[in-house]
Write a protein that binds this ligand. Sequence first.
Ligand SMILES: Cc1cc2nc3c(=O)[nH]c(=O)nc-3n(C[C@H](O)[C@H](O)[C@H](O)COP(=O)(O)OP(=O)(O)OC[C@H]3O[C@@H](n4cnc5c(N)ncnc54)[C@H](O)[C@@H]3O)c2cc1C
Length: 294
Amino acid sequence: MPQVVHAAAAAVFTASCPSVHGYPFLTTAAANLLDAFASDDQRRRFMHPMVEGRVFGTMCLSEPQAGSSLADIRTRAEPVEGRTYRITGDKMWISGADHDLAENIVHLVLAKIPGGPPGVKGISLFAVPKFRILADGTRGERNAVRVSGINHKMGQRGIVNCALVFGQDGECLGELVGEPHKGLACMFHMMNEARIGVGLGASAVAYAGFAYSLAYAKERRQGRSPLQKDPRAPGAHHRARRREAHAAGAEGVRRRRPRAVPLLRSPRGRRAGGRLGGSQARGRAPARGADADR
Ligand SMILES: Cc1cc2nc3c(=O)[nH]c(=O)nc-3n(C[C@H](O)[C@H](O)[C@H](O)COP(=O)(O)OP(=O)(O)OC[C@H]3O[C@@H](n4cnc5c(N)ncnc54)[C@H](O)[C@@H]3O)c2cc1C
């Protein structure tokens, strides 16, 4: 699906509940990363079930001692065989880290292979499933990735956020995605998608706030237009009311999507406020004396 079409569709769900939308959002970004960097076999076993909605994805960068400073991560990946590595370490603040909404979860984990270059140049990327995924794509035994704590957030409470521990109570196996020591560059594919998604989410939430407040202002009847003798005009006809609705949410969003909100029209099809609609509705400064309908 073209990215613009996907973003427009996702914005509707984000506006309805930005935190719950984090689950499909992270999964889409993980699938896109795998599509860009994983082998054909990994795409078949890890990515395709994500696209089908059966398996969810996460992004595991942060650690208790490494948030912005990813060069300091301590999670290690010891070679086992081929692209398979044994993962040990802790990750922190992982959104969607564990749940039973999907039949499996594939964590995309940054870790260091011993002997690699220091700093960010020694970071590699691994796909670490909650349940191992066998060669034929079926679900295998439980991998040793466990929740070690649940973070209590002030907001975004529709998506769980956990601390994870890898390889503490058993063997945790992961598969190298892309080349060794090039993992951060791969992870930026997902991080950049997350950045765009967070920005889009902010616009969607602001738009939802604007739509709710404007709908309320239209529904609540109070006062009247100076052109009307009877108090039949909804509140949204008043410039001050419209301004409050914009301040409540998304004046900027409305201006970018003028056709998405045909709410500033009077019941007769004219712009709200009658003679006052012209320059104000187009975003220009009102003419002197134009506040007469307050
Ligand atoms: C709701 C939520 C969900 C999250 N989900 C995930 C997730 O799914 N996966 C994941 O891996 N992580 C996740 N995180 C963690 C997030 O990625 C980190 O919070 C982020 O990387 C910042 O790290 P930090 O919190 O340790 O802040 P710090 O690194 O301690 O930064 C604190 C402040 O210091 C500033 N700062 C840091 N270093 C410097 C510097 N060198 N120079 C100048 N200023 C600096 C920062 O800009 C910031 O303002 C989540 C966080 C939140 C709040």
